[in-house]
Design a protein around this ligand. Structure first.
Ligand code: ZN
Length: 186
């Protein structure tokens, strides 16, 4: 069922997330103080050790580093709603490859993605509500595998990227934690 642009969060969401004392951001800042106490400068270069960029959905259930056995400094992680290869993802990949030396691209979509429940009506409803048409597409999709293929294709055909020979796409199952590779040919 399509989700209207103005759909509010469920009533429990806010009260569950916010700590008793202060906002959720206050909580994060406090956690950072503890983190910094134990932090030592790893002395790393900004270039990812494994020369890989991972493009993924922003979904809160995907812990990319844990799921892929990655360590600090190993890779670039580039995330947006859906893990869709938009112009801004291409911008980040271009900088990743041309300025920071990555060569491989891994694309990750996932089961239960919020974009599976949206349509471009979201954009039209939004425009009607706020009186301004967004310049971006919602990039909603119905077929996960096909959207991964579409994303691989967008990366492979980008004129801005230096390396398009090692581009692989996957669907992450949020219930098993397993990746399923998508064949670029349907
Ligand atoms: Zn998602």
């Amino acid at each position: 069922m399509p989700i209207p642009a103005s759909q509010p969060l469920p009533p429990s969401a806010d009260s569950a997330a916010a700590p008793a004392d202060g906002t959720v951001t206050d909580r994060l800042v406090e956690a950072n103080r503890r983190y910094a106490t134990a932090f030592t400068d790893p002395g790393m270069d900004a270039r990812p050790v494994l020369k890989v960029a991972v493009v993924s959905c922003m979904d809160a259930r995907i812990d990319l580093h844990a799921a892929l056995g990655l360590e600090l400094g190993d890779c670039h992680t580039i995330r947006n709603a859906g893990g869709v290869v938009t112009d801004d993802i291409i911008r980040s990949l271009t900088i990743s490859q041309r300025a920071l030396g990555t060569r491989s691209v891994v694309l990750i979509h996932h089961t239960g993605c919020g974009l599976l429940n949206l349509t471009e009506d979201f954009r039209h409803d939004l425009a009607a509500e706020v009186g301004q048409r967004p310049t971006w597409a919602v990039e909603a999709f119905k077929d996960l595998d096909e959207d991964v293929r579409q994303s691989m294709q967008r990366v492979r055909t980008s004129p801005f990227l230096l390396h398009t020979d090692d581009v692989r796409g996957f669907v992450f199952d949020v219930t098993t934690g397993l990746l399923r590779e998508i064949d670029p040919r349907p």
